[in-house]
Write a protein that binds this ligand. Structure first.
Ligand code: WTA
Length: 631
């Protein structure tokens, strides 16, 4: 591994070219990086590649068709195994079904699905024919789905009647119907529906059953190469303003980053390892470390449909024991939940197959790291705390197993090939020093293959958000510091993006959902510290006096507004608490001072109020609040 660091150090572009050469190219590339249109990078631009061919065909052609690709475990306990050959046949059929529906290269396809094998097949089928997938997490509301379909001008939605969650069939098609109702989403020509739960669904003229479409489609399909910079997918993520951004990833560079990091960080041995990443494919972790990374590397992986507590919190550990999982990748929120429940949950389970444990999505506190290491890993597994983002496409900062000694709570070093830095407000580099560390802003200082190529339909926003704060550097939005050994400690977001159970949310988006309610005149949302979920959504609202004459008591208002946010965005954005106030703390220039509201939400004495236009506001808020949660 030390080798990788020195190779990358000696010649970064030659290093990336070598990583890209591990993939199968329909037409080889001659140029590694074209940065002449910075900040829009072109990697391996004159090459042609097919992402699905790399995920499936090449393993079958290499004689590994009988290797298990997916070990699927449904929440009710049903199971299904797919070899690489099985997955290839199904994907070819699905690709032909999409072509039969008039989907062509470059068309956008929205995917709104539970965690089932058909989701993997749908995604790969899009990639196979060069259609651009836009996966929308199944927990998002009909409204969120609609705005994503419209923004990408998608032609097709692939969904399911439902999925199993927390022991119940949870409807999905209904939300699609709702999103498409009343002439909305005019670009959608068809809806392909997978039958998963057998729940009764309303059938519309655009609807087609997935199993019927696939049964009619040929099982023969030859994958052709697409330009390396052909768009592979769009994934919407929350930013600092109200509207989610469609992060665009292209084919060759993204796949290079996904496969290289998956192999390196998890020390993958495809012949023997059983890998399990618990992320939903609705998030970037599911894209890179359930779909593209593991499949490009020919891994055998578990996918599980449900939640960790169905039917009990023993479920995950039973799955690890049953499938002999050796590499496990999850989020700190889950680890903290288990830690709170205590080590009894793993009692009697044989977890001895585990060898590498990964963490992603939020900073992992040293206590949770230690518990993961000692209890789940029985003090003999490597822990990899991996820092990255939807925008970076693949892991940027992480220990590499065996390369150096790990430290609880630190993601440590940039991976070989990646250059990161920490700068102060003025863009000056913060140096590693033995005199104690200084916090600053994390930047990525050189282009990397899996970097985002833009924000769908909004080039200015792309430049403004990521490339304008520090000249020539990618600004990640995270705070970080070096310790005296030069290891990196991530300090969380420095903008108005919050992380709730590892899910990325924007305070502005929740605020705009709240003010859409006719009772609400103004809203301010903060992420308050939470023992389990890292942050929790706390909202402060000012009510419209004219509208609330007949409104119920404050407790009921809180309940109704929380349900409203669920309907507008999805349950993940539902505020833990809503506080009705009469004023919000603002600076003289009218900016809401969230710092003060965070103090209130976290039950701390309120900090410095001297910059407030009216310093009595905080006293009024404090006096008014009875700090009970709405739950
Ligand atoms: C946070 C998830 C600390 C960070 C892959 C980043 C982390 C945001 C870590 C991106 C980590 C992710 N330690 N913080 N190991 N991993 N983050 O786009 O704030 O959902 O900017 O991608 O998650 O969230 P996203």
């Amino acid at each position: 591994m030390a080798n990788l660091y020195s190779q990358a150090e000696a010649d970064r572009l030659a290093f990336w070219s070598a990583q890209a050469h591990k993939l199968d190219w329909h037409k080889p590339f001659t140029q590694t990086l074209d940065w002449s249109q910075a900040p829009v990078a072109k990697w391996f631009a004159d090459g042609e590649i097919n992402a699905c061919f790399n995920a499936l065909d090449r393993h079958v052609l290499a004689g590994h068709g009988d290797r298990v690709a997916l070990l699927f475990e449904g929440e009710p306990g049903d199971t299904k195994t797919y070899t690489y050959s099985d997955l290839l046949v199904e994907t070819k059929r699905a690709a032909n079904a999409l072509l039969n529906l008039g989907i062509n290269a470059g068309d956008r396809v929205a995917i709104y699905m539970p965690m089932i094998p058909e989701t993997v097949i749908a995604i790969l089928a899009c990639a196979r024919i060069g259609a651009v997938h836009s996966v929308v997490f199944g927990g998002f509301s009909a409204d969120s789905l609609r705005s994503r379909i419209d923004d990408a001008q998608a032609k097709l939605v692939i969904t399911a009647d439902g999925g199993y969650r927390k022991g119940k069939a949870h409807a999905l098609k209904e939300a699609v119907d709702h999103a498409l109702s009343a002439e909305n989403c005019p670009t959608i020509e068809n809806v392909l529906v997978v039958k998963r739960t057998g729940t009764e669904v309303v059938w519309n003229p655009k609807d087609i059953w997935w199993h019927e479409a696939l049964a009619e489609a040929s099982a023969e399909h030859v994958a052709v190469g697409f330009d390396a910079e052909h768009p592979l997918f769009i994934l919407y993520t929350s930013g600092t303003t109200g509207k989610p951004k469609g992060i665009l990833h292209t084919t060759g560079g993204y796949l290079t980053g996904a496969s290289y990091t998956h192999k390196t960080v998890f020390d993958l041995k495809p012949e023997t390892d059983v890998y399990w990443c618990t992320a939903d494919v609705g998030w970037i972790t599911g894209h890179t470390y359930v779909i593209y990374g593991p499949l490009a590397n020919g891994a055998t992986q578990v996918i599980y449909e449900g939640t960790p507590d169905s039917p009990t919190f023993e479920r995950w550990w039973q799955i690890i024991e049953k499938y002999k999982v050796s590499i496990f990748y999850t989020a700190p929120t889950a680890i903290r939940t288990f830690m709170k429940l205590g080590k009894e949950i793993i009692e009697g389970k044989d977890l001895s197959s585990l060898r590498i444990l990964g963490s992603v999505g939020e900073p992992i506190n040293p206590e949770a790291w230690q518990w993961y290491h000692d209890v789940i890993g029985n003090s003999r597994c490597e822990i990899v705390d991996t820092w990255w983002q939807t925008e970076t496409g693949s892991i940027m900062i992480s220990p590499v197993p065996g390369a150096f000694k790990t430290k609880p709570g630190s993601a440590q070093r940039a991976l070989p090939g990646i250059k990161v830095g920490i700068v102060d407000e003025n863009g000056r580099a913060v140096e590693v020093s033995t005199a104690g560390s200084v916090a600053g802003y994390l930047t990525i200082d050189e282009p990397w293959p899996s970097m985002l190529r833009g924000v769908w339909g909004d080039h200015d926003r792309f430049v403004e958000t990521y490339w304008s704060k520090f000249t020539g550097k990618y600004f990640a939005g995270d705070g970080a510091r070096f310790d005296e050994d030069g290891d990196i400690w991530l300090l969380g977001r420095i903008d108005d993006v919050i992380k709730v159970s590892g899910h990325r949310l924007s305070t502005a988006e929740i605020e705009s959902a709240l003010v859409e309610h006719h009772w609400v005149a103004e809203a301010a949302v903060v992420g308050a510290k939470d023992e389990i979920t890292e942050q929790a959504v706390v909202a402060f609202v000012i009510l419209r006096q004219d509208e609330i004459a007949d409104a119920p008591d404050e407790e009921s208002i809180g309940k109704i507004l929380r349900a409203w946010v669920t309907e507008k965005i999805g349950a993940i954005a539902r505020p833990r608490q809503i506080m009705v106030v009469t004023e919000l703390p603002k600076t003289r220039s009218g900016k809401i001072m969230r710092r003060l509201l965070r103090d209130v939400a976290e039950g701390r004495p309120v900090g410095d109020v001297t910059t407030l236009a009216d310093s009595s506001v905080m006293t009024a808020i404090n006096d008014k609040l009875s700090l009970g949660a709405n739950d």
